[in-house]
Write a protein that binds this ligand. Structure first.
Ligand SMILES: C[S@@+](CC[C@H](N)C(=O)[O-])C[C@H]1O[C@@H](n2cnc3c(N)ncnc32)[C@H](O)[C@@H]1O
Length: 261
């Protein structure tokens, strides 16, 4: 049980829905109490590892310095970065629920045999990042689509990144032409999470934003945005996957983007 962690009080973030936080707290607590192995932790993660390596290679970026991972889940990506990216000095690994920060993520490092001496555990929300102009990179793996307000989340991440730093993310996305009806329908779907009861989608935040919404929210937050489509949406209802890099361009710091609304 990790007792030393930064507490940025995610429960005070009004954009983080209570059921979103509680559901993941329950899931993460449950996972940490069940038998876990290194193989199982890494199973199904190769897709995201490949996505991370691909965007770094295509943009000619080396992960280094101070990193913040938001919505880290069980912390596999922070562990991967700690193991493979030797120029990284510190990784702030953030989750919005306590079982993830105190039990699940430390357990992942332990099971994978990766020292966590570079890791700062953070209980916090990506809508309220306390450290400003601090990080060389913010990494989000399937986390941004849990935002209830993408512009707010990206603006907050922008303010946390150092001049010249980047947000790197892998997320699902929908075609730009996806009608609002799709989202209304999604919102009214009720899912049964084993052991946590039935939750309506609109009670939490799990949204397949359109690709154009990543562009708009990113540009309007001040970033320059680059998106690679890993695949394309099949039909009107199925999301595809993208990788994005957003750069906080040094010469533009302090300017209000002309096109923002
Ligand atoms: C789909 S999971 C992805 C987890 C992990 N990155 C992975 O690749 O497996 C999304 C995570 O975002 C977290 N999350 C949701 N809202 C958040 C917020 N406002 N701030 C930080 N994390 C949040 C959830 O608790 C959940 O663990």
């Amino acid at each position: 049980m990790k007792e030393n962690f930064l507490d940025w009080s995610p429960s005070t973030d009004s954009l983080l829905k209570v059921k979103e936080r509680e559901l993941h707290a329950g899931l993460h607590s449950h996972i940490s109490e069940n038998e876990r192995t290194a193989d199982r932790i890494l199973a199904n993660r190769q897709f995201r590892i490949d996505a991370l390596e691909r965007i770094l290679k295509e943009k000619g970026i080396r992960l280094k310095g101070e990193i913040l991972e938001v919505g880290a889940g069980d912390g596999w990506c922070s562990a991967y970065i700690a193991k493979t990216k030797k120029e990284v000095r510190t990784i702030y690994t953030m989750e919005c629920n306590e079982p993830a920060v105190t039990k699940l993520i430390p357990q992942t490092f332990q099971l994978l045999g990766i020292p966590d001496d570079k890791v700062v555990y953070v209980l916090g929300s990506f809508n309220n990042i306390v450290l400003k102009d601090k990080f060389d990179f913010v990494v989000a793996m399937g986390a941004l689509h849990h935002s209830s307000n993408l512009k707010r989340t990206l603006s907050e991440i922008y303010s946390a990144i150092k001049p010249g730093g980047f947000l790197i993310a892998q997320e699902p996305y929908m075609a730009d032409q996806t009608p609002n009806a799709f989202y209304y329908k999604q919102n009214d779907i009720e899912k049964n999470f084993n052991g946590y009861g039935r939750i309506l989608n609109k009670e939490r935040s799990d949204t397949f934003f359109r690709k154009c919404e990543y562009y708009a929210a990113g540009y309007h937050s001040g970033f320059d945005v680059s998106i690679i489509e890993i695949d394309q949406p099949i039909g009107p209802e199925k999301p595809a996957n993208l990788i994005l890099s957003m750069e906080k361009v040094t010469s533009e710091i302090g300017k209000t983007p002309v096109t923002t609304w």
